[in-house]
Design a protein around this ligand. Structure first.
Ligand code: PGA
Length: 249
């Protein structure tokens, strides 16, 4: 596990965008695994700017998102489909046919999960997966539980996740209770993983991810076994880590 600690959110966002730039420069038809949430917004802003300045070209890039709320229409401004278009896709030169997000409005959950896993496989697998992390150490919507789920599946959201995400809705009751998410196995198959986290609320989850036992109760702990993972953190998220375990940027 490589760990890079940056001064603040701006620096984390810039560093993360530079990693995506390096990936796409090396492989213009890269398959990106993308994440939603507040954390990657700054990285997306940097990527939009780089695209505007023609430093980065998304024309051959394909993307798969980690997750989507179940039973929330794509037109709802809290759907992850909406989020991704609003925060990235509408402002870059990506081919809309190359964008894939689990369909949370599916009438056949199993078929949609199978389709998603098969499409990622057919595309050749994810080259770099961007991850945020929940305060409870969830990745995607893989909540703390008693086993690691492999493929894309329907989950029930944790009470703590519903509370954390209530800030985006009018009230807690409006937060969907379920979501479709890539499994820990799908995430783990990515050739590279880049996890970004900022703020003190993430410090304990980061500590457990780096030093804790690899257990499904701490979903991100499985990342200890991945052989190409980088954590990009701000000082607050890294505050419980030993200084000799990370590089500063
Ligand atoms: P956040 O969410 O970036 O909004 O903190 C991260 C997550 O829940 O995975």
């Amino acid at each position: 596990m490589r760990i890079i600690v940056c001064e603040d959110y701006e620096a984390v966002s810039k560093k993360a965008a530079q990693m995506i730039l390096s990936q796409i420069t090396l492989k213009p038809n890269s398959i990106l695994g993308l994440a939603t949430g507040s954390t990657p917004v700054g990285m997306y802003k940097n990527l939009i700017q780089m695209n505007k300045e023609k430093v980065i070209d998304f024309s051959e890039v394909k993307t798969f998102n980690l997750d989507e709320y179940y039973n929330l229409p794509r037109t709802n401004n809290q759907s992850y489909y909406y989020f991704m278009h609003e925060n990235l896709f509408n402002y870059i030169n990506i081919n809309p046919a190359n964008i894939d997000i689990p369909n949370g409005m599916t009438e056949n959950i199993e078929a949609e999960c199978d389709r998603y896993d098969a499409t990622i496989k057919e595309a050749g697998g994810i080259d770099i997966q961007v991850l945020g992390i929940g305060n409870n150490a969830h990745i995607g919507f893989n909540e703390p539980t008693v086993n690691f789920e492999k493929g894309t599946h329907l989950v029930q959201l944790d009470e703590s996740t519903i509370e954390a995400n209530a800030r985006f809705f009018n009230n807690k009751d409006e937060v969907p209770k379920n979501a479709l998410t890539m499994g820990v196995g799908s995430i783990f198959k990515s050739k590279k993983i880049m996890l970004i986290a900022c703020g003190e609320a993430k410090a304990e989850a980061i500590y457990n991810t780096v030093y804790g036992k690899v257990v499904p109760e701490v979903p991100a702990s499985i990342l200890q076994f991945h052989n190409d993972i980088v954590l990009i953190l701000d000082k607050e998220a890294a505050k419980l880590l030993n200084k000799e375990d990370y590089k500063t940027a």
